[in-house]
Design a binder for this molecule. Structure first.
Ligand code: SF4
Ligand code: SF4
Length: 350
């Protein structure tokens, strides 16, 4: 099978972007390994442990690999951006988490693609969706899907940056695509808009900017388990899961493509904080089962809700926070006590 045929098959299997990269060492691995060695991955041990070195070369996952098919799955829904949203009674959920968890959906689509490929041209393959030690964004860039913006997201000139990525390594020797030019230019909107100044200079030119994950809201409210340092809580705003600000402000997302694909249609966008605060563990499980939000687990989610209520400063949240402060869960209770300390007194607000 030739490159163009495989990419066409990928589109027929439901993907929105498809490109081919060589299965070869990636120049970006040098910066990646330096990034983790400086501790900028925070407590995300899976990025920094023995698997980090495997990311140098896709062939560490499939020795016979000659090519990598990279696919993009658009998940953008036709809903407002978080930066246009000012109802202080609601918590914000990151756009990628409005629908179903993407891992299984994309894996099933890649398996179907693999079956079609094997029926035509038997070869060795390996399917990867997020969890394998691959440098997904540099590979997607090499496969011509877009460039890596200063916000560290992959940006497609026509469709924007609201994509999940997946890969199929193959022993087929396919024609590789050409990476597009970097079209960020002199723009610094994402850097200026980041509320926690998490996009920082590298001190060199390639890349010029990097993410200090330890400062990023998405790291704090998803990846970081247990206590969030008190000094970082007020910067988190009302984001109860993830943060999209550096993508919301990106000019390439002004007219971003929208998906009509069933799995990504929104379940919850900005639920009322007062309703989230009274969820039981069982209700959390039934509301967010099969959604990326389940990754925080109940404790992490209620912790985030408490911080969000505190950051409104609105005394309307005193009663739910007092209830959370009595929680048997020490992490939830401590964050609720912190949040109570952020509320204005009713007299001040009158
Ligand atoms: S996701 Fe939010 S906190 Fe993280 S870099 Fe982007 S704007 Fe900053
Ligand atoms: S906001 Fe500007 S600098 Fe940031 S990723 Fe988008 S185009 Fe690049």
């Amino acid at each position: 099978m030739r490159s163009a045929e495989l990419k066409q098959l990928a589109l027929e299997c439901g993907f929105d972007l498809a490109g081919i990269a060589n299965a070869a060492p990636l120049a970006e691995a040098t910066h990646y390994l330096d990034w983790v060695s400086r501790g900028l991955a925070g407590k995300m041990g899976y990025l920094a442990d023995h698997r980090a070195d495997k990311r140098r070369d896709p062939r560490s996952l499939l020795a016979s690999a000659r090519s990598v098919l990279v696919v993009g799955q658009l998940y953008n829904a036709p809903m407002p951006y978080s930066t246009c949203f000012d109802d202080a009674t609601l918590g914000w959920i990151s756009r990628y988490a409005w629908g179903d968890d993407y891992h299984e959906v994309m894996r099933a689509r890649l398996k179907r693609l693999d079956t079609l490929l094997q029926g035509h041209t038997p070869c060795e393959t390996k399917i990867c969706v997020d969890t394998a030690p691959l440098l997904e964004r540099p590979l997607a860039q090499a496969a011509g899907l877009g460039w890596i913006g200063k916000n560290t997201c992959l940006i497609n000139q026509q469709q924007g940056s609201w994509f999940f990525l997946g890969e199929m390594l193959t022993s087929l020797d396919l024609d590789a695509d050409v990476p597009p030019p970097d079209r960020c230019g002199t723009c610094t909107r994402c850097i200026n808009a980041c509320p926690t100044e998490a996009i920082v200079r590298t001190g060199h030119n390639s890349p010029e900017w990097e993410l200090d994950a330890r400062l990023c809201i998405s790291y704090l409210n998803i990846e970081l388990k247990g206590e969030i340092p008190a000094s970082q809580r007020s910067g988190m705003g009302r984001h109860v899961f993830g943060c999209d600000i550096c993508q919301d402000v990106c000019p390439w997302n002004r007219r971003a493509a929208v998906s009509t694909d069933a799995p990504w249609q929104p379940r919850q966008i900005a639920p009322p904080l007062a309703e989230l605060a009274i969820l039981t563990a069982a209700e959390f499980g039934s509301l967010f089962g099969g959604s990326p939000i389940s990754r925080t687990k109940y404790q992490g989610f209620l912790r985030n809700v408490a911080i969000a209520m505190g950051n409104t400063a609105d005394p309307v949240f005193r009663v739910p926070l007092e209830r959370l402060a009595q929680s048997d869960d020490a992490v939830i209770a401590e964050h609720a006590r912190w949040a109570l300390g952020q509320l204005k007194s009713s007299v001040e607000c009158a």
